[in-house]
Ligand binder design. Structure first.
Ligand SMILES: NC(=O)c1ccc[n+]([C@@H]2O[C@H](COP(=O)([O-])OP(=O)(O)OC[C@H]3O[C@@H](n4cnc5c(N)ncnc54)[C@H](O)[C@@H]3O)[C@@H](O)[C@H]2O)c1
Ligand SMILES: O=c1ccn([C@@H]2O[C@H](COP(=O)(O)OP(=O)(O)O[C@H]3O[C@H](CO)[C@@H](O)[C@H](O)[C@H]3O)[C@@H](O)[C@H]2O)c(=O)[nH]1
Length: 411
């Protein structure tokens, strides 16, 4: 089976290398030439454990970097579209990259080649937007949706050992090709209607976001009452035998709001789907509005600890979560923005992986430090914004520093 993958970001590169590692012949293409050149040179363009080794094993063998979309699509049996689906100003998903990527292959692929959307698309999108688009171009190819559930920082492990594989299909042609492809993964394989497949993806991400916003609301409530040890209370909650040992527990824990490329835009897109169809989702809207407030509320907490506007404020952690160098929609950027807005201009920051990317993305006038220790030596008030393991115990090393533990992580 010959596979083409379009978009070689977190999802696409992982998908391409995952299938290549299973022995399939994969051709990958990304519109970003710089990204392609890096990958062709054997370098993974972002931090993702396991991908470097997979690239070294497969590059030039089962994984070939194509020169063009046409080159990738030529003679392929299945095309995976893993391009971005960012949010539009009204929250709905922007399908421009996806439709462009599909367009770039329609004249090349044979009519039996299965077109599979792996990008996250809201319920209704395949049936109402993608398939009609393909048909309007005169192509009769089978079209399917196969949402991806991997997490950044764990892309390789999550892709190679999935909990479940969900395929939204409307015909046997797509079903048979996907069955053949995924039989090597040993995970439950579900064939459902495309709308259901798309919905399952959003069920998952909106549950995670709801747990985080619920936890943040409870922590804010606890702050309003004297004497509650919030972190301890949550850890004791986790001892409930219905929760104990479940990986989900880390989401049932407060912090400074959810971020990253997926949760914020996906929850907004699901809300937009509901509103466009005349249904107002009360819980989802609460989840979003609390999350939108979290950076400002967190900045106020830091400002209360710092006091004078001349105080030097340290920020530990800039990526959206530990174990990742991704800074897209990172709470750190919004918190720093709110602090600067509030008149705090002496800000010193450190992150073990994400400083360069953070600087390139946000261009904030802050001072980057070489280590967490340097931040703590320089600043009277230090906010822990991303829970990197190496920050554990830093409050003990600097007992005279005022720490604001935005992730309830220290101690
Ligand atoms: N990042 C995650 O953890 C994750 C997990 C599951 C699902 N998703 C979803 O998967 C999709 C991709 O996410 P990502 O994080 O991999 O994005 P990304 O930004 O890392 O990668 C997307 C890539 O697509 C490329 N691209 C855009 N248009 C193209 C075209 N016409 N042809 C070829 N390449 C093109 C871009 O240059 C970019 O490299 C999104 O819909 C996202 O919601 C992401
Ligand atoms: O234990 C955790 C893990 C994450 N977070 C926060 O939750 C947000 C999202 O984190 P995470 O879920 O690990 O991020 P992603 O890598 O973006 O993965 C999410 O989004 C992907 C894209 O849709 C899905 O595929 C994944 O299943 C889903 O977990 C971040 O702000 C984290 O700080 C926590 O508070 N506690």
């Amino acid at each position: 089976m010959r596979i083409a993958v379009f978009g070689l970001g977190f999802v696409g590169l992982t998908t391409a290398l995952g299938f290549a590692d299973k022995g399939y012949s994969v051709r990958g293409y990304d519109i970003n030439q710089e990204r392609c050149a890096e990958i062709a040179g054997g370098k993974v363009p972002f931090f993702e454990p396991g991908l470097d080794d997979a690239l070294a094993r497969n590059l030039g063998k089962t994984f070939i970097l194509a020169d063009s979309a046409i080159d990738a699509a030529d003679q392929s049996d299945i095309c995976f579209f893993c391009v971005g689906t960012p949010g539009l100003p009204d929250g709905s998903a922007d399908l421009a990259q996806l439709l462009l990527a599909i367009d770039s292959v329609l004249e090349t692929v044979s009519e039996v080649c299965v077109l599979v959307v792996k990008s996250t698309i809201p319920p209704g999108t395949l049936n109402e937007r993608v398939t009609p688009y393909v048909r309007a171009k005169g192509a009769g190819n089978p079209v399917a949706v196969n949402p991806e559930f991997l997490r950044e920082g764990k892309c390789w492990d999550d892709f190679m050992n999935p909990d479940r594989i969900v395929c939204g299909v409307t015909d046997d042609a797509a079903k048979n090709v996907l069955a053949e492809l995924y039989k090597l993964f040993g995970a439950p394989l579900h064939y459902v209607e495309p709308n259901t497949a798309e919905f399952i993806k959003y069920l998952s991400n909106s549950l995670l976001a709801a747990l985080i916003s619920y936890s943040n609301e409870m922590a804010l409530l606890a702050d309003a009452v004297d004497g509650i040890e919030t972190a301890r209370a949550f850890r004791i909650l986790h001892e409930d035998r219905r929760l104990a040992g479940a990986g989900i527990n880390t989401y049932i824990y407060p912090g400074c709001g959810y971020g990253g490329y997926c949760l914020p835009k996906d929850i907004a897109a699901l809300d937009a789907v509901a509103l466009n169809r005349g249904f107002t989702p009360r819980i989802l809207e609460g989840v979003i509005s609390l999350n939108n407030e979290m950076p400002e509320l967190t900045a106020r907490k830091i400002a209360r600890a710092a006091g004078e506007k001349t105080e030097k404020i340290g920020i530990l952690g800039l990526s959206f979560k530990r174990g990742s160098d991704d800074v897209r929609d990172s709470p750190a950027a919004k918190i720093i923005g709110a602090l600067v807005q509030g008149g705090y201009v002496s800000i010193y920051a450190y992150d073990p992986l994400a400083m360069q990317e953070f600087h390139n993305t946000y261009r904030l006038s802050i001072t980057y430090c070489a280590s967490a220790n340097e931040v703590c030596e320089t600043c009277g008030t230090v906010a822990l914004v991303t829970a990197w393991d190496e920050f554990q115990g830093i409050d003990k090393t600097f007992p005279d520093t005022r720490f604001v533990d935005c992730r309830y992580f220290l101690g």
